[in-house]
Design a protein around this ligand. Structure first.
Ligand code: ADP
Ligand code: GLC
Length: 493
């Protein structure tokens, strides 16, 4: 008989609202919530980083003993909290030596040297926690390289308790694969027979994501387009042929949006709420944003926003190459981000050269991210690759038309403006060149300057689109059931 509700163990390195560096956290907060709303029992497991105040969590009696091979047995304390807006519980693994640091993964752009041990510990601790809670998962959902040891350790070191439970691995970003000195295979305690080029080995080093792809019962990624792209060398980061070899268990599921968080009609951070039927508030938000960045207050100047990691992936080199020419054209730009130092310095110089036209905030601010979504006329995402991308989807709901490069989830969610049909929800360019970006931004600005009716029509198209988590969560449920059925069949054979 098919079980209606599933017990789901969801393990991730960051979860909104507790710790976030990027979209993985948004997904890890929203998907379990949506699965919970469908009636499933989900528990989420993540580290108790230093920045998460213990005082706001509930301490769980008992201690987890985690066997770490040559490092011996290490211990973890456990805390929990409710995932806001949901019945799902989030469990926090506390281990001072690994997680009592300022950064999640690095300090000053230098990855922590023991990231292999830190996240293998998290993966193992998640399984020990299930035993402690007597929680028997029907499926285990791992995310990115951090937890990509799970598909193997469940079948080896933890075979006795978890050997029959299928694992699903979601790839949010193929650029980061968890590449480590091979000795970490001993920390996994899974046996060197799994260290080979079809599994966890890549050029004599341990590649956690690669092995996870090989051993997971199903692999998902965060858009259909990226599921295809990751199988070709241009986007595969060396894993394209490996992924192609496993493509029969690969599924592309577009991320959703948590509209409790990203919705201009209820957003608590913005100057005035608005919605598609009453856009007065958006003009107030634009003005507030111009004031915030000391820009000239002028509604006829298109205001373009960028929020994101200052990383090559996000096309920051392309932006850097055209920013002066754009600002010379009566366009205003605001940027919020942090990351590569050259970019932080470069854009700071741009800010001093273009006072009144360019605003920069180097750092991380949820509040400002919402204000940029609400106050801008356009949102810029010229990514070199983009597995899904969330900001362009948030932008749609805020009537802030995305200007994007047609890759990955950007291509799946943005429909190019058609002058002839007055259709579309944004502006796309194809080649990652300065010219491509520059001319597309100018094209968008010209629609704003010269055809405000068309601009408003696009805004309406954009704001009426719906990318809720409900659809995505039921696609994940299908994948869970596929993985469970696959295990049953293999048992019969
Ligand atoms: P990625 O995960 O590759 O960074 P996404 O578009 O999927 O890209 O998600 C990025 C998320 O992180 C969005 O919610 C975005 O608003 C947020 N974000 C990125 N940089 C910042 C920042 N400097 N301040 C606030 N939020 C940020
Ligand atoms: C990654 C990707 C981004 C995606 C996010 C959440 O970090 O770069 O495109 O939206 O994960 O899945």
């Amino acid at each position: 008989m098919v079980k209606k509700e599933l017990n789901i163990l969801f393990v991730a390195s960051e979860v909104v609202p507790f710790a976030k560096t990027g979209g993985l956290a948004d997904v890890s907060g929203a998907l379990p919530k949506a699965l919970g709303a469908m009636g499933h029992n989900v528990i989420v497991v993540m580290p108790r980083y230093y920045q998460i105040d213990k005082g706001s969590l509930t301490h769980i009696e008992g201690v987890l003993g985690v066997n770490m091979g040559p490092m011996g047995e290490l211990y973890g304390a456990v805390y929990k909290a409710k995932l806001p807006g949901s019945d799902a519980e989030v469990y926090f693994i506390d281990h001072e030596q690994f997680f009592g640091r300022k950064g999640l993964y690095h300090s000053d752009n230098e990855p922590y040297q023991d990231n292999d041990n830190r996240f293998i510990f998290l993966s193992k601790a998640a399984l020990e926690l299930c035993k402690m809670l007597n929680f028997v998962p029907d499926v285990i959902h791992a995310n990115d390289w951090h937890t990509a040891a799970l598909p193997l350790i469940t079948q080896t070191h933890y075979q006795h308790d978890f050997g029959s439970i299928p694992t699903i691995l979601t790839i949010h970003n193929l650029e980061h694969q968890g590449d480590f000195f091979k000795g970490a295979i001993d920390v996994m305690e899974s046996g060197w027979e799994h260290f080979n080029p079809q599994a966890y080995e890549s050029m004599d080093r341990l590649n956690l994501l690669k092995g996870g792809i090989a051993y997971a019962d199903a692999v998902t990624t965060v858009s259909k387009r990226y599921a295809k792209e990751m199988q070709i060398p241009d986007f595969g980061f060396g894993l394209d042929s490996h992924i192609k070899a496993h493509s029969s268990k690969l599924f592309g599921i577009l991320n959703g949006v948590d509209y409790d968080e990203w919705n201009p009609s209820v957003d608590k951070y913005i100057a005035k709420n608005f919605d598609v039927d009453d856009m007065k508030g958006k003009a107030v938000c634009k003005r507030a944003l111009q004031e915030h960045f000391s820009l000239e207050i002028d509604d006829n100047k298109p205001l373009i926003g960028f929020v994101g990691r200052f990383a090559k992936q996000k096309g920051i080199e392309l932006i850097a190459g055209v920013i002066d020419s754009l600002l010379d054209r009566n366009i205003q730009v605001v940027m919020l981000g942090t990351g590569e130092k050259w970019a932080e310095h470069y854009f700071s110089e741009v800010a001093s050269r273009h006072f009144g036209r360019f605003g920069l905030h180097v750092g991380y601010s949820d509040e400002l991210a919402h204000q940029i979504e609400a106050g801008c006329d356009f949102f810029l995402m010229p990514s070199l690759f983009e597995p899904c991308g969330l900001n362009q989807i948030y932008s749609l709901r805020y009537g802030t038309l995305p200007i994007v490069r047609a890759v990955g989830g950007l291509d799946d969610t943005i429909e190019n403006y058609s002058e002839e049909h007055k259709s579309g929800n944004g502006f796309k360019f194809y080649m990652p060149t300065h010219d491509g970006l520059y001319h597309t931004v100018i094209w968008a600005a010209e629609v704003y300057w010269n055809d405000r009716d068309a601009y408003k029509k696009l805004q309406q198209n954009a704001m009426r689109m719906h990318f809720g988590w409900d659809d995505a969560a039921s696609s994940y449920e299908d994948v869970y059931r596929y993985a469970i059925a696959k295990r049953r069949v293999s048992k019969l054979q």
